[in-house]
Every structure is written in C-alpha cells, then in structure tokens.
Design a protein around this ligand. Sequence first.
Ligand code: APR
Length: 311
Amino acid sequence: MARNKLAMIGGGQIGQILALQAAQKELGDVVIYDIPQVEGPMKGKALDITQMAAAEEFDSRLSGTSSFEDIAGSDVVIVTAGLPRKPGMSRDDLLKTNVDIISKVANGVKQHAPNAFCIIITNPLDAMVYAFHKVSGFPKTQVCGMAGVLDTARWRAFIGMELDVSVEDIAGTVLGGHGPTMVPLPRLTTVGGVPLTEILSADRIEAIAKRTREAGTELVNLYGNGSAFFSPAGSAIQMAESYLKDKKRVLPCAALCEGEYGIDGLFIGVPCRIGAGGVEKIYEIALTDDEKALLSATVEAVKKTTSEVKL
Ligand code: APR
C-alpha cells in the first residue's frame, strides 16, 4: 500500500510542528512548501526531522520545497501560509495580506493536489477558509478550518488545570468563530461524565470561558513576536488523522454551513464528523435561548470579517 502524502503549505512556526507530528505519527510522507526566499530553511527542517527518525523510530520521508508541483498527489494539505499576529494586532488585521496569500495557495492546490482534504489554519480563520473554498472551487466536504479543536482543547486544558483532573476525561465543545466571540458550551461539558455545571461554580466557569476566548491573545502577548504554534499544529493533526484513518471523529471545525443553525454561506465552527469523506456531517445541537444569543453574536462577527474578503 502506498504511503499517504501530506503537504504543509507554509513551513514556519506551525508548519514545522505539523511536519514533525505527521512524521512522528507516521501519517505519511511530508512535503513542506514555502516561498523561494526560505527554501533553504525548509529543506533544512525536513532534513533535521529526518535525522530525528532513528531516535523516534518513524519512517516518514520529508522534503522541503518552493515548487508547488512537489505537492502533487497529496492526500492532505494543511495551510499555515500567511502572516501571524503580533502584539496589538487582532486576527482581522491580517485579513488583506492573508487573503492574497490564501488565493495564491488555493490556486496552487487546485492545480497540483485537487483531491486533497484541505485544512486551513491561517488567520483570520473563518474568513480564510471561506477564501480558500471560494478560490479553489472545491466541494464543501473537502475544505475546513482548524479552530474549534484548538478552542476546545484550550477550554479542556483550563478546566483540567482548575479541577486538577486529567484533560482526557473532559469532553465539551466550543462553537462559533475563531475569535473573542467564540462560544464555549458549559452545559454540554462533562468531567468523567459528570456535568461541569454540577462541579464548578458559575463564576469559575465564566472565568474559564473568558480565558478560553482570549487564549490566543494571552499567547501572543507572552511570545511577543508571533502566535501559538504547538497547540494549533496538534489540533490540525487530529483532524488530518481522522480523515486519513477514516476515524469519523466528531470534532468542532470551521465548516460551510448551508442552513445548519440558521447560518447560510459562512464557514464557522460547528461539530463535524471527519472521515474518509472529509467533512461528512455537521451536527446540529439544540441550543438554549442564551446559547442561541451567543451564537448569533459570533455569526455576526464572522459575517462581518467574511464580507471583507471580497472575492
Ligand atoms: N506560500 C507559502 N508560504 C507562505 C506564503 C506563500 N505565498 N507566504 C508566506 N508564507 C509562509 C512564510 O514564509 C512562513 O514560513 O508562511 C509561513 C508562516 O509561518 P509563521 O510566520 O511562522 O506563522 P505561524 O506562527 O506558523 O502562523 C501561520 O497560522 O495561526 C495562524 O495567525 C497564524 O496566520 C498565521 C498562520
């Protein structure tokens, strides 16, 4: 059986961890694509990870390139190409520059890897997935954004820290746009099967929800010169793995809603089933009135950013 092939479009902070994790998990062979100015460092990263293989015992082959044709035949494409946030910048400040980059990337992927399952990470996330989908013309099942898995991982991490319990036993979901309007759902979060709302006060839950909404900014401020990279990479790898192994995991992803939750024509974070068919299904959760109000606010925010894409 031929190995799978994964293309990382953008081999910066996140791209390099994506390459490393894909190799460590033996998801397939990995191509790191970036602009010609950094082709040397991309080849270096690929070679460096290759030289880790003996110690870590993996057999993926890695390469670095600035030629788009080298991504040919990729099963999965993960896009981080673009500029990251600096302190004081919102995700939306990045919009125009990153729309141009994403448009180029979408054309390249369309030409060289038209069957790849595409996971977008570049911010502002919901708008970038929209742009990629629009330019590529790919079916909606083939394109999604990585945001909800990360937002949920942050939510789970903070709850685990608060309660001093294993993060593995915390289940929950975060809906909506990848920004300060995202909607963690305490009512549907459980700790070892016990509803979170029964074991933590409303005040503490709200404090954790607030920290979750601002988790990306907390890291931008700590790093001082870039944004989160370990956790976004790990989240996208989970999605890629579910696709490649047809695991059919239910993960919150930025998917194209066409009527679900009353949303039409927007990519936004909703629970999805990711399997060999890509985004195979979107689950609609019955929400309370308060949750509906929060969702409607995040939809408005995503609508506004998406309208600025102008494609
Ligand atoms: N094609 C391919 N790669 C590109 C292009 C392009 N047209 N333009 C820029 N890049 C590359 C850069 O050369 C760089 O190596 O994208 C990479 C981005 O890496 P970093 O600057 O290190 O950014 P990173 O932290 O990885 O974040 C990437 O993900 O979470 C989001 O907000 C974040 O939009 C940002 C993206």
